[in-house]
Design a binder for this molecule. Structure first.
Ligand code: ADP
Ligand code: LRH
Length: 464
């Protein structure tokens, strides 16, 4: 049996977890959970990186003695170093300084090399707007920056590197040539680590590189029994897709804006970002209403398919004023504005379920990989209404759980590195299955209602 600590930083909260793991045991306890989110500094959005580091240190101290620790976090964001010192406070990916255009490379070439969807949050686009790049000698992604402060070791773990749009998805290395072409000096790109490598130590405890992209760790812990599964990693974002052996870099995949992110053990996470529960979180923040249970009960009682939004519309990316943005979107698309919070929440959840359906159908078709079940993991797997709507919209059974999938994936990769007999993803997933209760949702209602809703939402051209 091994005892390990997992630092798992999501966009809405961070947690330090302690776990006991062996071939037939996987027990996870939360040691600390702390706030995380954007901080507006006179119009620029940043992470409170020192608060996060302080919280990690406090959590690790409270976790007590462990055999190792590992860190995962959200993707794409970075800190720049010069001679070991942090230059500037890391930006939040929702900061408005980015766009999706960059000189020196076409969209087609970019996709052939990196296999990534075009999102303004990608590191490449952030770096195109970065003023401190010229002074930097090293770029570290967030888990690697925190790891560097703990250990002094410099490197970037591969699953997260694959989200930067500077990484060659086939060669599994930085694309230094691409970086230079788009104005990112290759000198700032440090050595790459594989999940499972010991990268240093903190106060005598080995620090292990895990799938440091939280979604990569979450996908490790998908409790799938068969190969024919899809997943929705449901938190601030919904990451919706399939696990593949090889990237799909076709024109069809590019135009449908699918990412080929690197997974643990060389797998490919063929997925799209759907805006996710962020929209609901932001409504709750504007309404100053943290009673999610009551909002969901009201949503369950609200009229179905009354009004729909395209959750991926760019106006939903930035923080602030979310109820008003939804109202504007609804007016622009010629629909009736909902009159209660419950109706707004129902609109968000039905619209997310439709976006999941559309994404999963496209993923199966483009990758030529049909599935029989959708696994929903992460905090959003506790949302019963959303899980049922997802099953109904996709016409597939949904298996919900575990909630703390990223932390579990983090823990499992550490346990294997420490020598526990968990030889492959199948063994890790079997352990999650045998130690966690999953809730099953079977499709209900009339499929024709969802067909009609889909053509209303995406078929009319109103939703640009
Ligand atoms: P992240 O890792 O991006 O910070 P999480 O995986 O922690 O996100 O998921 C956060 C989301 O989970 C919240 O936005 C909320 O909508 C949902 N959630 C959390 N607890 C519950 C609950 N008890 N019931 C329904 N949904 C929940
Ligand atoms: C989820 C996540 C997602 C990224 C986004 C920046 O936390 O890592 O996979 O696209 O944050």
């Amino acid at each position: 049996m091994k005892r390990v600590a997992a630092v798992d930083l999501g966009a809405s909260s961070g947690r330090v977890m302690r776990a006991e793991v062996s071939a037939d045991r996987l027990e996870l306890v939360q040691v600390t959970r702390f706030w995380n989110g954007p901080v507006d500094l006179r119009g620029s959005l940043h992470w409170d990186i020192l608060h996060l580091y302080r919280s990690v240190l406090d959590g690790l101290a409270a976790a007590g003695p462990v055999d190792s620790l590992g860190i995962d976090s959200w993707a794409v964001d970075y800190g720049l170093l010069s001679e070991g010192q942090l230059l500037g406070n890391p930006f939040h990916y929702r900061d408005s300084r980015t766009s999706t255009s960059v000189e020196g490379v076409t969209a087609e070439e970019l996709y052939q090399i990196t296999g990534l969807q075009q999102l303004p949050i990608n590191t490449l686009y952030q770096l195109a707007a970065e003023r401190l790049l010229g002074q930097a000698d090293t770029l570290l992604l967030i888990p690697d920056l925190l790891g560097y402060w703990l250990t002094g070791s410099i490197g970037v773990e591969r699953t997260n590197a694959s989200t930067t749009q500077l990484y060659d998805v086939r060669a599994r290395e930085w694309s230094c040539q691409l970086a230079e072409r788009v104005g990112v000096p290759a000198r700032v790109l440090p050595r790459l680590w594989d999940a499972g490598e010991v990268v240093g130590s903190w106060e005598g405890t080995p620090v292990i590189a895990v799938g440091s992209h939280d979604t990569a760790s979450a996908v490790v812990a998908v409790p799938a029994e068969e190969e024919r599964f899809a997943y929705i990693s449901s938190g601030t974002w919904s990451l919706v897709g399939l696990e593949l052996a090889e990237p799909v870099l076709t024109e069809e995949a590019r135009l449908a804006n699918f990412s080929n992110e690197g997974g643990v053990d060389g797998r490919i996470r063929f997925l799209r970002n759907v805006m996710g529960l962020w929209i609901l979180q932001e409504c709750q923040r504007s309404w100053a209403d943290d009673d999610l249970g009551q909002l969901l009960r009201e949503a369950a009682a609200a009229r179905p398919f009354a009004v729909l939004i395209d959750p991926d519309a760019p106006e939903f990316l930035a923080p602030g004023g979310m109820p008003q943005r939804i109202t504007d979107h609804i007016r622009r698309t010629g629909q009736e504005v909902p009159q209660s919070r419950g109706a707004v929440v129902r609109c968000i959840l039905e619209s997310l379920a439709l976006a999941y359906r559309r994404t999963l159908r496209a993923a199966q078709q483009i990758a030529d990989k049909p599935v029989d079940v959708v696994h929903v993991i992460g905090g959003g797997s506790q949302n019963e209404l959303l899980c049922q709507l997802t099953a109904d919209a996709c016409g597939l059974p949904v298996l919900a759980g575990p909630v703390e999938a990223s932390a579990l994936g983090n823990v499992l990769v550490q346990a294997r590195a420490l020598g526990e007999p968990l030889p492959d993803l199948a063994a890790m997933r079997a352990l999650v299955r045998s130690t966690h209760h999953l809730r099953r949702y079977t499709p209900q209602g009339k499929p024709a209602d969802w067909d009609a809703a889909e053509s209303r939402m995406f078929g009319t051209g109103d939703f640009a």
